[in-house]
Design a protein around this ligand. Structure first.
Ligand code: DP6
Length: 374
């Protein structure tokens, strides 16, 4: 597949676009947490290295996209609401997204859109909503594309059929153009994004379901998110990615991500939890090491992030538990553990880790199945 394969055939649109007046679609789409991290991208949101993530189950964005035909089609027109509040400060990001995807979605300027969105986690929790938000919006847009094409009676039945694979692939392709990691938020429960020699079908353009055997140790894997700092990040992911240009360790880092993904394929198959921990924690610390060694340098971890990491290491030493941590581009800690250790680890979290969370706030989640049309 290339980018061109996502540019629709004009004749699939022309007739129906005049007939479809309005409608709405609602999708719920989850957040995801990377095991091997994406950090560094080329132009057009192409990742410098492949990544793999667990799709989450409870942390989701629910978006309703309503559309109505408008008079002139010379510019984008939309309003955005978060929990019923009009959010004009969200508009520039969505405008940029619309500009990037317009060539793949030629109907965008024909409609006025109302985007109503809500998260199952608090917006101010420091949990990034861009992955779940952009994937939910991309899915709603694909539902419009599908309704236009499948209702076009002037097409033959083959042209009119809308393959489910194509739907998900293009939604992931579009979500990527909104926010890179969003392309891994459509399906469950493990998703790969970025070309990797051992994963046939892996692509830089969209996420694909992890295709290999996964040991029962990883079924229903648990993720408790410790909200260490709910404030706005000082450095956005986009700025951080850009600092990988000319970064002194970039080349080695990208190579390491390829190798770690190769190792994780074996680990996921054999169920080797100790080896899993090593890769996952090393990836998290490497991500932050890249931030600390870029120019300008920055630190997103907070003192309590380190307190939690040390507590997890001490607990593991004492109990031989398989609990481990990972981090995204912020101070919050994702505590990962197998389902059969859930009771003990939750006790440990409540007794020893919650004190390091802002307002004792944490969110219990686990690996999930992906986005849903509501
Ligand atoms: C640290 O996907 O938020 O979470 O493509 O600029 O929107 P943009 O960046 P984003 O970067 C996320 C990076 C990460 C690691 C990961 O999810 O793989």
């Amino acid at each position: 597949m290339t980018e061109k394969d996502f540019i629709p055939n004009a004749k699939h649109y022309t007739d129906r676009l005049h007939i479809i007046e309005d409608g709405h679609f609602t999708w719920s789409s989850p957040s995801n947490i990377a095991l091997v991290k994406y950090w560094g991208k080329k132009e057009h949101q192409i990742p410098e290295n492949p990544s793999i993530s667990f799709t989450l189950n409870h942390c989701k964005t629910i978006t309703t996209l309503s559309f109505s035909k408008k008079e002139n089609d010379d510019q984008f027109s939309f309003d955005v609401f978060l929990d019923d509040d009009k959010k004009d400060d969200f508009k520039p990001k969505i405008e940029t997204f619309f500009k990037r995807i317009e060539i793949y979605m030629p109907f965008l300027k024909a409609f006025h859109f109302k985007i109503e969105t809500s998260n199952t986690f608090p917006h101010s929790s420091g949990i990034a909503s861009s992955a779940s938000g952009m994937s939910a919006l991309a899915l709603c847009l694909m539902s419009i594309e599908k309704s236009i094409i499948t209702s076009n009676t002037t097409l033959n039945s083959v042209e009119r059929s809308f393959d489910n694979n194509y739907f998900i692939q293009k939604a992931s392709f579009l979500a990527r153009l909104g926010s890179g990691s969003a392309c891994r938020s459509l399906e469950g429960d493990l998703v790969v994004w970025g070309e990797h020699e051992k994963i046939k079908g892996s692509s830089n353009l969209f996420g694909t379901k992890y295709p290999f055997e996964v040991h029962k140790n990883f079924k229903n894997y648990q993720d408790t998110i410790l909200l260490v700092d709910k404030g706005e990040k000082q450095v956005s992911s986009t700025v951080g990615h850009n600092l990988m240009f000319g970064h002194p360790f970039a080349k080695e880092r990208f190579k390491q991500a390829h190798n770690n993904l190769s190792s994780i394929i074996d680990i996921l198959k054999t169920g080797d939890l100790k080896a899993f921990i090593k890769i996952v924690e090393s990836e998290a610390l490497t991500l932050h090491a890249m931030m600390m060694t870029s120019m300008p340098y920055f630190i997103l971890m907070k003192p309590n992030t380190l307190e939690i990491i040390n507590k997890i290491w001490a607990y593991r030493e004492k109990t031989n538990s398989n609990v481990c941590f990972t981090l995204d581009a912020g101070a919050n800690v994702h505590v990962l553990y197998p389902e059969d250790e859930a009771n003990q680890v939750l006790d440990f979290i409540k007794e020893e880790l919650v004190v390091y969370c802002q307002n004792d706030h944490y969110i219990s989640d686990k690996i999930g199945l992906g986005a849903k049309l509501l």
